[in-house]
Write a protein of this length. Structure first.
Length: 269
């Protein structure tokens, strides 16, 4: 299945798969995640980078779909990674995104063929989020909570410590007209309670998707970011009331509330 920009804009679950494990590519694609990310960066040792890139190219050449997380601009592997992405026209996740000029340059180097998902995971990236979100070719942004928290010297799973960064990404995405951003990883692979807490927190802040590092997390993410039955029931009742200002269950219904109801129903898919 081709990952058109519209599919990635509304995707809930993004599952990473190491680029040096081609035996897992098809399994990841069958996991139920909305999108797979073939990772050439953190998941691959330096000695295996070229081999991982070749595996990714073979997957794409055979008709496989995925986002390609390339190595950061400025590394020795970046140019070759980007060439593979451009050759196959696949979406690119750009790590350490903080400079919109770099994103513009990536768009130029790929001839605009590759939708961009900046992974914002530095303090500079968070402070410059508005410019990153507004860069040409960007279709959505993702939060790299592990790297960002390490730079700040806080725990990667501390909701309070990372609330500012998350809210800044949500606001910057909205200001740029993008769909809500994708939240970072939950590193406790088998702790579904921790995953549920992270998804609930991210949804409350305005995120609409999440990065997964294991197939066991996919179901919880896909379900957790989907509208609940109560939300759908509320949205339908609001829209059934028509366009004029009215009151439903003691709450005033006007245009902003109607817009939110439409977003809830759109998120249903």
């Amino acid at each position: 299945m081709t990952y058109f920009p519209s599919r990635l804009q509304t995707a809930r679950g993004f599952l990473f798969v190491p680029g040096d494990r081609p035996d897992r590519f098809a399994k990841a694609a069958a996991s139920g995640a909305d999108a797979v990310i073939v990772d050439l960066e953190d998941a691959v040792a330096a000695s295996d980078k070229d081999r991982a890139r070749a595996h990714a190219a073979e997957w794409f050449a055979a008709g496989g779909s995925a986002v390609l997380r390339v190595n950061p601009p400025g590394t020795t592997w970046f140019g070759a990674d980007l060439e593979v992405a451009a050759r196959h026209g696949v979406p690119v996740m750009v790590p350490k995104s903080e400079d919109p000029a770099v994103l513009t340059d990536i768009g130029r180097l790929t001839g605009g063929a590759c939708p961009l998902i900046p992974l914002v995971e530095t303090a500079a990236g968070i402070e410059g989020a508005a410019a990153v979100c507004a860069a040409p070719g960007v279709i959505r942004v993702a939060f790299g909570n592990a790297d960002y928290s390490a730079q700040l010297g806080v725990a990667h799973d501390d909701h309070l410590a990372l609330a500012y960064a998350r809210s800044r990404l949500v606001s910057a995405s909205a200001a740029a007209g993008l769909c809500p951003p994708v939240d970072g990883v939950t590193t406790s692979v088998r702790d579904l309670d921790a995953l549920t807490a992270d998804v609930t927190h991210a949804r409350r802040l305005g995120f609409s998707g999440k990065l997964c590092i294991h197939p066991a997390q996919v179901d919880g993410v896909q379900t957790g970011f989907a509208p609940s039955e109560d939300e759908l029931r509320w949205a339908r009742s609001v829209l059934a009331a028509g366009e004029s200002v009215t009151v439903i269950d003691g709450q005033m219904i006007d245009k902003p509330v109607l817009d939110r109801a439409r977003r809830v129903l759109a998120a249903e898919g």
